[in-house]
Write a protein that binds this ligand. Structure first.
Ligand code: CU
Ligand code: ZN
Length: 367
């Protein structure tokens, strides 16, 4: 079948929207008609060529939501017409990691996904017979995508695609970290470093858990203003010694929970130091540059702080994303405010430009 897709042809150059061929789903796979897709920093990072594991040509995009159009043999968990969110982090439920209940890092399709292929080691995308690789196992900057069923979260069809596509990445990372990774307790004090998409999600999560004080830290006064909308009770400028200010706010002890959502190792260090002596739990969510190291003074650990981290905030995609969609439908999660720009696929490069200028929160491609 022919479809429109945005192809990363060369690193550092704009994506080129063009016609590609997409093959039907094989066993265990599903063809999804993409209805909305957020444009995320990870897409830009790979397009720029900065990602050492990136490859081209490929179809970027990973924050997708859409409708099941066709299923391959053996697919049982979704059917034609179901609404789904695309997951770059699958949940097979069968591998040793999934069965442990301790992690969301499913092992089932990891290796081939990292190379740009579906689990059988081949792509479904091509152009005049030339194979084009997938990205993050999702490739949702396209009218259609073929994905393994274990990488699709079936969701309430009453929710808008524009809102639910965001739950494929940024906001879920922050919300899940607060709800299920850190399990923030009612009445606690939380500090969130970074008020981008992930950090705003973490603020929302802390608020949902009933945290009493929620401190947001960011370099940008505008972002901090926004943070107040998503639950921040206190805002601190990152340039004004936020660790000392957090200690001052907490009788010198530090916050019960800290979250890092910037990907900067110096900020990660601050998140450790701002966590409370005795039981402070610091959760790392940002992705640092390759080869970068985080230095921690051991005294911070021996005096009772715990440091943890989680990809996708530790969210188990097929289990947790539908729960977050339900919370959105019930009016408990404000996702609509995150969408600042809407555009057709042809204007995907404009979304990258907006991101570089830090204009708005999230651009969503609508199909
Ligand atoms: Cu993303
Ligand atoms: Zn698994």
């Amino acid at each position: 079948m022919e479809m429109r897709a945005a192809v990363l042809e060369k690193f550092g150059e704009p994506l080129i929207v063009q016609d590609l061929d997409i093959a039907p789903p094989k066993a265990g796979e599903v063809l999804v008609k993409v209805k909305a897709c957020g444009v995320c920093h990870t897409d830009l990072y790979t397009a720029s060529g900065a990602d050492p594991s990136g490859y081209a040509p490929c179809v970027l995009g990973h924050e997708g939501a859409g409708v099941v159009e066709e299923v391959g043999t053996g697919v049982t968990s979704v059917k034609v017409g179901d609404h789904v969110v695309t997951l770059f982090s699958p949940e097979c439920g069968e591998c040793i990691h999934c069965r442990s209940g301790k992690t969301n890092i499913c092992l089932k399709i990891r290796e081939q996904q990292g190379k740009g292929f579906l689990p059988d080691g081949t792509p479904r995308l091509s152009r005049n017979g030339e194979p084009i690789r997938h990205f993050m196992g999702t490739s949702t900057f396209a009218e259609y995508t073929v994905m393994p069923e274990i990488a699709l979260a079936k969701i309430d069809p009453s929710a808008s695609f524009e809102a639910t596509c965001l739950l494929a990445c940024g906001p879920t990372t922050g919300i899940a970290a607060a709800l299920w990774k850190a399990e923030v307790q009612k009445g606690s004090t939380c500090a969130v470093f970074g008020a981008g998409m992930v950090g705003l999600g973490a603020l929302l999560g802390c608020k949902l858990q009933g945290a009493e004080r929620i401190i947001a830290v960011d370099l940008s006064p505008q972002r901090l203003e926004l943070a107040k909308k998503y639950g921040a009770t206190h805002t601190l400028l990152a340039s004004e010694d936020p660790v000392q200010q957090i200690l001052d706010l907490t009788e010198g002890f530090g916050a019960d929970y800290t979250f890092e959502a910037t990907g900067r190792v110096d900020v990660m260090g601050q998140a450790v130091e701002a966590a409370r002596m005795g039981w402070g739990l610091c959760t790392m969510l940002g992705v640092a540059g390759k080869g970068e190291k985080l230095e921690i003074i051991p005294r911070f650990l021996i005096t009772g702080r715990t440091v943890q981290g989680g990809s996708f905030g530790g969210a188990k995609g097929r289990t947790h994303v539908p729960q977050l969609v339900d919370m959105y439908v019930q009016g408990k999660l404000d996702l609509d405010g995150f969408v600042s720009h809407r555009m057709p696929l042809d204007d995907v490069n404009d979304a990258f430009e907006l991101m570089k200028k830090q204009d708005g929160i999230r651009s969503v491609i609508q199909f």
